[in-house]
Write a protein that binds this ligand. Structure first.
Ligand code: ADP
Ligand code: MG
Length: 438
């Protein structure tokens, strides 16, 4: 039944989506019911939100009509155990491999775009995946929302499992650790709970800031963590901030988290944002001209999740209207997003902010003065205009007292060089960027 359905769906759903969301599903037929097992909650939610209608329509009907569709988390061998919840009973505790590792197959190192902002984190993550328990332990990845922490964490898990199918990798969100612990306590199964988490080869716990203020969970986690480390099993943690900065977390935990390697993920720069957009488009099987990628990358600066959201919006609209994705099309699709920003970021505003920052006048920026104290800010303002607005080089030249586009180009290159060579300039630039975009 499911095979027939799959064959139909393969023609109806874009290949990337199909491979990511539909292919990992396993089917168990049971009388009038078709159970679809998703590898984790994430896939399940996605399938339910995006593809359930497709699936229902593609199901072959027999005399009794279509089978009843039931979505759950699990894998076929173990379909009899309650989905996704490791049961902490004796039978489960004895079994070597947990019911599900919860890894999202779409989050791999291959689909992770590297840039200055995440290079170090990615390299460390790969080290850990290739030398489980031997490289950095724990690996502690921290950074703001939507910057790829969860993605990297799954990539580690996926690579470990790809290299050793028997490896016992468990990914979970820290809230899940807390709620599982509560369940275990309620069922007098806390020993099985401990045994379960302490027996894994690699434990990946996401967003540990949620442990803040939860003392009993911290206590339990602390012991689990120590046992794993003592046995040279890998622990990977993510957090939205540096360990020491988490309020409501016991000192001993903070200091332990710092034992291994804390690595930061920063917001991606423009080039990386563009590369991410191109990669996503390619994955989704969408034709994305580079100028459109630059346009979106310039506009959406906050984080990768929003970048992806903007691209999704443009592609959804293109699929809907059947039009190709051009610059004009993208502008239209993202009009409301952009309208808000344009009010805030324009060349005049950049000039004003830069002039204030360097305590000079805007008229100086537009003048022909050639003293260093004026030319540097002027070059920086031009580079910012190039980075933050969608104006062409000649247009930017116009804004700066009618300069030639080659002057603007030179300024942009010069600023790039200076940022590398002079940390004061790099800092000024970063501060100005922050002032203008926040
Ligand atoms: P975080 O856990 O830091 O909040 P996520 O890992 O959930 O962020 O990332 C949000 C989205 O952005 C995901 O869809 C992820 O695939 C994507 N993403 C983040 N960084 C990258 C990157 N460097 N390359 C490709 N995709 C990325
Ligand atoms: Mg996350």
């Amino acid at each position: 039944l499911w095979n027939q359905c799959i064959q139909k769906l393969e023609h109806e759903i874009p290949p990337q989506d199909f491979n990511t969301w539909i292919r990992p599903l396993q089917a168990v037929e049971n009388g009038g019911e078709l159970h679809l097992l998703a590898p984790n909650q994430f896939v399940l939610d996605w399938v339910r939100d995006h593809f359930i209608d497709h699936i229902e329509q593609a199901l072959p009907r027999n005399g009794n009509g279509a089978p009843r569709l039931i979505l759950e988390v699990g894998t076929r061998q173990e379909a009899e155990v309650p989905p996704d919840r490791p049961d902490f009973g004796a039978a489960r505790a004895r079994r070597k491999k947990p019911a599900t590792s919860n890894l999202n197959p779409a989050f791999t190192f291959d689909t992770f775009v590297e840039g200055k902002s995440n290079q170090f984190a990615k390299a460390a993550a790969m080290q850990v995946a290739e030398n489980v328990g031997q490289a950095y332990n724990p690996l502690f990845i921290y950074g703001g929302v939507g910057l790829g922490k969860t993605h990297l964490m799954h990539a580690i898990g996926n690579l470990i499992v790809a290299r050793n199918a028997k490896a016992n990798v468990v990914y979970l969100h820290s809230e899940r650790f807390v709620s599982d612990m509560v369940t275990a306590l309620q069922h007098n199964a806390i020993n099985a709970f401990k045994e379960y988490y302490r027996s894994v080869d690699a434990l990946l716990v996401d967003d540990i800031q949620f442990f803040a203020g939860k003392e009993r969970s911290q206590e339990e986690f602390f012991h689990t963590f120590n046992t794993l480390l003592e046995n040279k099993h890998q622990v990977v943690l993510t957090c939205d901030r540096y360990p020491k900065e988490i309020e409501g977390l016991e000192e001993r935990l903070k200091s332990r988290f710092g034992w291994g390697l804390p690595v930061a993920i920063e917001p991606p720069d423009l080039e990386t944002r563009v590369a991410i957009l191109m990669k996503k488009a390619q994955q989704w099987g969408v034709e994305l001209p580079e100028e459109v990628a630059f346009f979106i990358g310039k506009r959406i600066r906050s984080n990768v999740r929003e970048l992806e959201g903007a691209l999704r919006r443009v592609t959804a609209r293109a699929q809907f209207t059947g039009e190709p994705i051009t610059l004009a099309f993208a502008k239209e699709a993202l009009r409301d997003l952009i309208a808000v920003q344009d009010k805030l970021i324009n060349v005049e505003n950049i000039q004003k902010t830069v002039a204030e920052y360097y305590k000079i006048r805007v008229s100086d920026l537009l003048s022909n003065k050639r003293t260093r104290s004026i030319t540097r800010p002027r070059q920086i303002a031009m580079a910012l205009a190039k980075e933050l607005t969608n104006h062409s080089l000649p247009e930017i030249g116009e804004y700066f007292g009618g300069r030639d586009h080659t002057t603007v180009l030179h300024a942009c290159r010069k600023v790039e060089e200076l940022k590398e060579a002079d940390s004061k300039i790099a800092e000024d630039y970063a501060t100005l960027l922050h002032l203008l975009t926040n």
